[in-house]
Design a protein around this ligand. Structure first.
Ligand code: PFF
Length: 455
């Protein structure tokens, strides 16, 4: 456990920001956010979502990064060092477990995205003139065990190949290449969407609030998504924070990460809905929006061949920079706490994640009738992680920082690197206090009760 001397660090501030934004920006932004916004009324939902990001997401993000930076440890070590309590160490353990579970099903969807790059190159989308054909094609691909398990393996291997090279040479270097590329592709797609005739209706859908859609349920979906999209509640941001130096300004870094995550989700929304409306497709189709509807949109759009390829490259990059942060949580634990060598840990746990991912992949074919609490395996692990483990982790992290470690101690550590903010804009710090002590625990608790069906 005293490997701290050789513990790796980010090479630069921007390296940390891009890696953390890479973790945040993922399938959640490009796949999930547009479809949940589409199902819940567009602009009004987005407004509620932005409020959730500001009052819950940002304060919890600061808390997580701070725990990591203060202790320079993985989530288990971080909780243990600050509390000396086995109970709290096991909360960190829950995070490591969540990392495993999320990566196992996340990589299945990311694998589809990779497979769709190949389909886009092959020109498969050109035959889809309506969603039915495209949906059937998707079902036939995911029904093929070799296709789905094969791409799961490819995607996990890609993730492993980055984490294998460590924090600076692997994660930071990959993020510095992939994040700018992601932003460029997204901007190209947004401009294409906006220049399509009839795109205005898509913009209107995103920008003109229809308050009738804002139900209690929609607010809870927005709050839950705020967690997932910022990679909170399982120690990913804590782990990345643990490679930061004490001179770095956490509130400012957190603000930049939240800004990038939010703006990228909004731009993805614009790119997708302008194209969906311009081609007169349905915006509220749920999870099938990306894999069923978009290929049809590309088949109808001038230049759709190339934009289809670009879109699925974008989605795969976004998923990859998130997947590496999930794997890194597990690796950091085994390296810090168990004294494993990084290379061995990556090979072992990458392979185990692949094995755990197989039942998720098979949920779309041979195991589709296998149900746990009425859900297939994929939906079950997704529900378990996104609706239970992440909010529970977020709840415990905010309680821990505000009440167990203690707000004043946390504040003293937060000051390092952020002296200017403390001197000039102390009200921001006081606001954080109110949010992390009261708002975050109460609101997250409500989301959790709702997830388990009590509310
Ligand atoms: N934030 C990622 C997304 O929006 O796709 C998902 C995620 C990554 C969640 C890493 C949790 C995590 F630790």
């Amino acid at each position: 456990m005293s490997k701290n001397k050789q513990r790796e660090h980010w090479g630069s501030k921007i390296g940390f920001i891009l890696a953390a934004a890479g973790s945040a920006v993922g399938l959640g932004n490009i796949w999930k956010f547009p479809y949940i916004a589409g199902e819940n009324g567009g602009a009004a939902f987005i407004l509620v979502y932005l409020i959730c990001i500001a009052i819950i997401g940002l304060p919890v993000l600061i808390a997580e990064v701070l725990m990591g930076r203060t202790t320079q440890r993985n989530p288990v070590g971080a909780f243990r060092k600050l509390s000396n309590s086995p109970f709290w160490a096991s909360v960190g353990g829950l995070g490591v477990l969540a990392g495993f579970v999320i990566l196992s099903f996340y990589a299945v969807v990311a694998g589809w995205s990779f497979g769709y790059i190949v389909e886009a190159f092959k020109g498969s989308f050109s035959n889809f003139s309506k969603v039915g054909a495209s949906g059937d094609y998707f079902t036939s691909l995911t029904g093929n065990i070799y296709w789905i398990v094969g791409y799961l393996a490819v995607f996990i291997a890609l993730t492993m190949s980055i984490v294998y090279f460590g924090v600076q040479k692997g994660i930071e270097r990959a993020s510095k290449i992939m994040m700018p590329l992601l932003i460029v592709i997204l901007l190209i797609l947004m401009v294409r969407g906006l220049t399509l005739p009839g795109s205005g209706k898509g913009l209107e859908f995103l920008l003109k609030p229809d308050w009738s859609h804002i139900t209690g349920q929609a607010v809870l979906i927005a709050l839950g998504h705020a967690f997932f999209t910022l990679s909170l509640g399982m120690g990913a941001m804590m782990t990345y924070g643990s490679y930061m130096s004490k001179e770095d300004n956490i509130p400012s870094a957190a603000l930049q990460i939240v800004f990038l995550d939010t703006i990228i989700a909004l731009i993805a929304g614009i790119a997708i809905f302008t194209a969906v409306f311009a081609t007169a497709e349905n915006p509220a189709v749920g999870p099938g929006l990306i894999f069923h509807t978009l290929p049809v949109v590309f088949s109808k759009m001038a230049g759709g061949y190339i934009f289809g390829i670009l879109f699925f490259i974008l989605l795969t990059i976004a998923a990859l920079t998130s997947a590496i942060s999930l794997l890194e949580v597990v690796i950091a634990y085994f390296v810090d706490e168990r004294g494993w060598k990084r290379h061995n840990a990556v090979i072992t746990f990458g392979f185990i994640t692949f094995l755990v991912g197989i039942p998720s992949a098979l949920s779309f074919n041979v195991m589709s009738d296998f149900k746990i609490f009425g859900l297939n395996f994929f939906d079950f692990v997704d529900f378990l992680a996104s609706n239970i483990l992440l909010p529970l982790g977020g709840l415990l992290i905010s309680i821990f920082v505000a009440w167990i470690w203690g707000f004043d101690k946390a504040l003293a550590n937060l000051k390092s690197g952020a002296e200017n903010l403390f001197e000039r804009n102390f009200w921001i710090v006081s606001t954080w206090k109110v949010f992390i002590k009261y708002f975050a625990p109460v609101l997250i608790f409500i989301v959790l009760l709702n997830s388990i069906g009590i509310l």
